[in-house]
Design a protein around this ligand. Structure first.
Ligand code: BEZ
Length: 326
């Protein structure tokens, strides 16, 4: 069955299951995200809100709550499930903890850049994963966005991967990344984004798993002066609508929200494709050490990680085929 049709049926099933218990939906939709206000995701959410307001003749609006104001991603997922939150732009970190198939998108060295990541996220195997969300999480997955590729930032100089051993490495809390660092003999410290600057400042961590946009947004270069350009994994985002809220919408409003969110996510995918280079130049201009530290430094890690995620291996292979085709 075609992906789009399957998704529509899954959403329809969720809608009918929940229709009886649904309160009237909000006309001012609330959208939560963990990233700060200036981040591209927040800008995309604001632009989407404007379109929704214009296209509904002012009947609907969207208020964006950035910087984890509504809680961390796990709490936002719970709010989406209860209907307390209408929409969210979330990393797939917490989603992959709940629906393990999404972990395949974090396979190490699957793609080289956010541009390649965007192509993989638009491909059929990635799109099919969205069909799992209504049933397994009670949310509607409208589509993917992306963040920049992941890098490692350290307070002390590093020559080889072995030098990272024993470091306290901040990670976003999710299993595929934890496994990556455990395989390297590095003890990961799960920590949501808003806590990272202080943790670097007070020595709670001495290395962070991060991306170039956030290094600039949060000025992490003030606290750690050695950047390893690893590009070890992409960092997908997903645009979600609460299943309970969705079930209470008219067909017209569903179409309005879905179309505006799809457009916003598509624009985000395009923007990251071209933004990474400029951010890296800005980081170099701060004067910190920036060292190429690519896949050749991580010998054997792909095979070992895939062995740990053997249940997802057929999906990982399909995603690697998509990546190779772009
Ligand atoms: C992070 O936890 O590092 C993160 C959160 C949101 C967007 C990108 C990265």
């Amino acid at each position: 069955m075609k992906t789009v049709l399957k998704r529509s049926l899954a959403i329809l099933a969720l809608a009918s299951a929940m229709a009886a218990a649904i309160p009237a939906y909000a006309t001012d939709f609330r959208l939560g995200t963990i990233v700060p206000a200036g981040h591209l995701w927040s800008q995309g959410a604001e632009a989407m809100g404007k379109k929704i307001a214009e296209r509904s003749g002012g009947e609907h609006s969207v208020t964006v709550y950035p910087a984890g104001q509504l809680g961390d991603e796990s709490q936002m997922v719970q709010q989406l499930q209860s209907g307390a939150l209408d929409m969210a732009f979330l990393t797939i970190a917490d989603v992959s903890n709940r629906v393990p198939e999404f972990s395949a998108l974090y396979a190490p060295f699957l793609v080289d850049s956010a541009a390649e990541g965007a192509s993989v996220l638009r491909s059929e195997p990635a799109q099919e994963l969205l069909d799992l969300l209504p049933q397994q999480m009670g949310v509607v997955g409208v589509g993917y966005g992306i963040a920049a590729m992941r890098l490692i930032m350290v307070t002390q100089p590093v020559e080889e991967v072995g030098d990272l051993s024993g470091k306290k490495m901040r990670i976003t809390p999710f299993k595929p990344l934890r496994d990556f660092y455990n395989l390297l003999g590095i003890a990961p410290t799960p920590m949501p984004l808003p806590d990272v600057y202080d943790a670097l400042a007070n020595g709670q961590v001495d290395a962070i798993d991060i991306d170039p946009e956030l290094i600039l947004n949060f000025k992490f270069y003030e606290r750690a002066q050695h950047l390893l350009v690893t590009n070890h994994t992409m960092f997908p985002m997903v645009g979600l609508i609460s299943g309970r809220v969705w079930a209470g919408l008219s067909d017209e409003d569903k179409e309005l929200l879905r179309t505006a969110m799809e457009e916003a996510l598509d624009e985000i995918l395009n923007k990251y494709g071209s933004a990474e280079k400029g951010w890296m130049e800005e980081i170099r201009a701060t004067g910190i050490e920036v060292r190429d530290f690519g896949a050749d430094k991580f010998s054997g890690i792909v095979e070992q990680w895939e062995e740990m995620w053997v249940e997802q291996k057929p999906l990982i292979d399909r995603l690697r085929e998509e990546a190779a085709a772009h």
